[in-house]
Design a protein around this ligand. Structure first.
Ligand SMILES: [Mg+2]
Length: 216
């Protein structure tokens, strides 16, 4: 597997479910936050919120933030900001020595984050994990580009920033639909993490994020 991505210069990281293992309790809290934002803007009872959410999520939009924004009648970046008032990922996380070691080993690479949340919260969460936010030359979210993944806007923003060809970027994420497919469609290399099932879409599939060091 060594040097599978010899030409890669930039590692583009998803955040939630990538820097830490997908966490069902946190996922539940995030979903409740999405429901709450929709309810805040529509006044709908919970049952109707859930019904309307379910009719769009994974059917019309892959991104739950996009669904919340559409139903609430607000922009995706506003939906992301409002949602994060209702949950705090930091309470599920602690210092992660393996992640700290990983980034030490990857220090010859350029690093960017491409995610759907709030940049200041990601920086605070990185500090909880023990990873300096300064490692990342760019953190791109819907606050930056006005669109959430899987929209290509954030990926294109990063390509425009690095000025390198797409194949010199490796997108690392835990979701095929929002991380892997849009990156692959632009010509980036792709790595699905925290999966024990081999992806038929990603260039490589890893059981944990800590294994990234072994393939670059
Ligand atoms: Mg993710």
């Amino acid at each position: 597997m060594k040097k599978m991505f010899a030409e890669v210069k930039v590692l583009v990281w998803d955040f939630d479910g990538t820097f830490y293992r997908p966490n069902p309790e946190l996922w539940h809290e995030i979903r409740e936050a999405e429901y709450q934002v929709i309810a805040d803007h529509t006044g709908w009872p919970k049952e109707k919120v859930i019904r309307e959410f379910s009719s769009l999520h994974k059917k019309v939009y892959q991104s739950a933030t996009q669904v919340a924004s559409t139903l609430a009648g607000i922009s995706p970046s506003q939906a992301a900001v409002e949602m994060e008032e209702y949950f705090d990922r930091r309470k599920y996380l602690t210092r992660d020595k393996k992640l700290i070691t990983l980034f030490k080993k990857l220090k010859t690479y350029r690093h960017c984050i491409l995610a759907n949340g709030v940049i200041t919260h990601y920086k605070e969460t990185l500090r909880v994990l023990g990873v300096s936010p300064d490692i990342f030359e760019l953190i791109v979210t819907s606050e930056t580009v006005g669109k959430t993944k899987p929209d290509s806007a954030g990926f294109l923003y990063i390509l425009n920033h690095t000025k390198l060809p797409a194949y010199q970027h490796l997108m690392i994420g835990d979701r095929e639909s929002s991380d892997i497919i849009p990156a692959r469609d632009l010509g980036m290399r792709t790595c699905l993490v925290w999966s024990h099932t081999k992806s038929r879409i990603a260039d490589t599939t890893l059981a944990s994020v800590y294994d990234v060091e072994a393939v670059v």
